[in-house]
Ligand binder design. Sequence first.
Ligand code: NAP
Ligand code: F7E
Length: 332
Amino acid sequence: MKKALLTGVTGQDGSYLAEILLKKGYEVHGVIRRASTFNTSRIDHIYQDPHVEHKNFILHYGDLSDANTVRKLLYEVAPDEFYNLGAQSHVRVSFDIPEYTAEIVGLGALRILEAIKDYEKETKKKVRFYQASSSEMFGATPPPQSENTPFYPRSPYAAAKVFAYHMTRNYREAYGLFAVNGILFNHESPRRGETFVTRKISRGVARIKAGLEKKLYLGNLEAKRDWGYAPEYCEAMWQMLQQEKPEDYVIGTGESHSVEEFVAEAFKVAGLGDWKKYVEFDPRYLRPTEVDDLIADTKKAKEKLKWEATTKFPELVRIMVEADCKAVGATL
Ligand code: NAP
Ligand code: F7E
């Protein structure tokens, strides 16, 4: 039985990846943060009671700021694959807490790489490492963006991801680690955090439909993103670690849409009519520097991984609006 260790298992992607790996027969180990309230809602459906024998989904306390624990878990679990999905992943918030963001997103990845380097040397075992890199690294570089496009980060989050990206490449080249960067464009789902724009919109629309809210407050409606469906992207992460050679891959749909288009489509799915009646501008959601347009050049993933996004924009919006409407009892 293969073993996988995941940081960020309580997040959107971590929860889908854990499901995928369990279905493939892996023993899955996830790192969770201690919190004063439960933070496991996305993985409660796959949780296994620690008192039950022969568990294949095991949770461990840890934090990417804590190198000792990262190292200890690596030796204790002895995974075949290590997926680093943990992050302070909110771009707007990274302007408020830049140092913390760099600590977790940038140095957190380095802590894992250092631990793997030493572990491989001491134990002679190999660990395949996946780094959750991001299309945010392209920032102000015009689309389409491929594996060869130069980075131009526009936030502390993006700059920290660029550091983690280069450390991953460097440990691959310097120490022969099987370490890959998945450069994933925005991917969304009903499990997306409530303050990212797609989920904020789908949730806002559902609450308006249910009569719980009257308005939806948003920032820049002109920004364009290449939005895909998260479960498909998590399958691509696994595929990258099954290749013969460690390489970096861009993952996206190859299409981009504006925030305004997402808003219009979401209000349409809910049958609420003209979105302009409900949406108000609030400057607090603007960023000091914005990323205007991201479109993935997906050639390499198609050719080498045989991976292609199948859920496109209107379907994604429908999935999210329907799920949020169901959650608040709003009938469509
Ligand atoms: P997410 O929903 O925000 O999940 C982030 C995860 O990281 C959560 O499990 C969170 O734990 C954990 N975490 C936060 N701070 C941590 C720390 N100090 N130590 C250990 N774990 C910590 O993010 P996501 O959308 O699933 O994204 C997964 C990864 O892919 C992230 O690295 C993100 O930056 C990257 N990424 C995401 C996208 C996207 O469109 N979703 C695109 C490209 C790259 P709590 O649950 O306790 O907060
Ligand atoms: O913003 C605009 C905002 O926060 C998208 C993370 O997963 O994907 C995500 O980063 C766009 C931006 O995602 C609001 O200005 C307008 O242009 O949903 P977002 P993001 O910044 O693209 C990348 C790939 C990651 O790696 C990140 O971890 O929407 N926008 N009004 C708004 N954004 C938010 N959050 N809230 C608004 O009210």
